[in-house]
Design a protein around this ligand. Structure first.
Ligand SMILES: NC(=O)c1ccc[n+]([C@@H]2O[C@H](COP(=O)([O-])OP(=O)(O)OC[C@H]3O[C@@H](n4cnc5c(N)ncnc54)[C@H](O)[C@@H]3O)[C@@H](O)[C@H]2O)c1
Ligand SMILES: O=C(O)C(=O)C[C@]1(C(=O)O)C=C[C@@H](O)C=C1
Length: 296
């Protein structure tokens, strides 16, 4: 006999790239939840979710969806997590779980813990997977396959709730690990936020060149520049929120980067072949370690 799904009713608030990928996975496996609700502030998004047939029910009423659910996952921009959690938590059932996939933790853990009604657990989890695209058409069921999902439950969270969410993400195909909020934000500043800051800035620099030079740069862009444009095509609201929410850690990480960039520039200025080569070799080693770990 097939095992019962992990949850009876699951609501995804924000069925965009990440939310619709969870819904697709849930539809495909049947092991995540029996009944799938997609809730969003945009009727157009919900119309598309219904056309794609990736949820059993769609609604603009987040509170009604929350009241019926055993788990609610907020897949909305980082800046919207706190206000939406504040709105729906009073309606959630005892024994249910609130989660989110926000890219920055900052003070979300303690802030949301302070709002939890009796018997409701908060188990946020951040999948380290994505693309530059947004919206319900962008999702796909294998998005999380073999990627890390970082669980960041606040201290004192019921272990059964953490274990359920861990199983949930593993059934989405992800590798899982539990880390603290602060460490999460430090790691993500380096592996995700700084690279996006650089990609936006490289494209911005090219865009501000004189018209002729800009035209030719874009015309002749080979894979180096092209790879940066993929990242730079990401959603402005999502990235504005990430930069502002992880401001202090990102600025510290950027200062580190500035120092290293300055050392490379100095090596170039001084014709220091050895220093230049040594720095390039580090890059190759990092790429190889990602390939070895099946993360590239
Ligand atoms: N895109 C990625 O690569 C990626 C990866 C991991 C985590 N994340 C995080 O996941 C979250 C969602 O990102 P995405 O790329 O799936 O976004 P998306 O733009 O594809 O989808 C977000 C959805 O949230 C809805 N929404 C926005 N504000 C809302 C509100 N107040 N109430 C109800 N619905 C609301 C939007 O209408 C949209 O349908 C973000 O917090 C992001 O930082 C993104
Ligand atoms: O692959 C991409 O395009 C992404 O931007 C995914 C990415 C990342 O930077 O790695 C973006 C934000 C997330 O919070 C996690 C993953």
């Amino acid at each position: 006999m097939a095992e019962a799904p992990l949850f009876d009713t699951l609501t995804i608030v924000g069925p965009g790239l990440i939310g619709s990928s969870i819904l697709r996975r849930a539809r495909q496996t049947g092991t995540l939840a029996r009944h799938l609700i997609a809730a969003d502030c945009s009727p157009d998004v919900l119309k598309r979710v219904a056309e794609l047939d990736i949820a059993d029910e769609v609604t603009t009423s987040l509170t009604e969806a929350a009241a019926k659910s055993d788990a609610v996952i907020l897949c909305i921009p980082t800046g919207a997590i706190r206000p939406v959690a504040t709105e729906i938590l009073p309606f959630m059932k005892p024994g249910s779980i609130l989660s989110d996939v926000a890219s920055v933790r900052s003070t979300l853990g303690p802030d949301i813990s302070a709002l939890l009604p009796n018997g409701v657990s908060y188990v946020p989890a951040h999948p380290m997977a994505g693309t530059e695209y947004s919206g319900p058409d962008a999702g796909f069921a294998t998005l999380f396959e073999d990627r890390w999902t970082l669980l960041v439950p606040p201290e004192g969270t019921a272990p059964e709730a953490v274990s359920l969410m861990e199983q949930f993400w593993q059934q989405c195909g992800a590798r899982t690990r539990q880390i603290t909020d602060q460490y999460h934000d430090q790691v993500c500043a380096m592996v995700s936020h700084l690279p996006h800051l650089l990609a936006f800035t490289i494209c911005d620099t090219a865009d501000r060149l004189s018209a002729d030079l800009r035209g030719d740069v874009l015309e002749y862009a080979a894979s180096g520049f092209r790879d940066f444009t993929r990242i730079a095509a990401s959603d402005p609201t999502m990235w504005r929120d990430i930069f502002l929410t992880n401001k202090d850690v990102l600025l510290t990480t950027f200062e580190r980067f500035e120092k290293e960039a300055h050392l490379m520039v100095e090596a170039i200025r001084n014709g220091d072949s050895e220093a230049i080569t040594e720095r390039i070799q580090r890059g190759r080693r990092i790429r190889q370690s990602l390939l070895d770990n099946r993360q590239a």
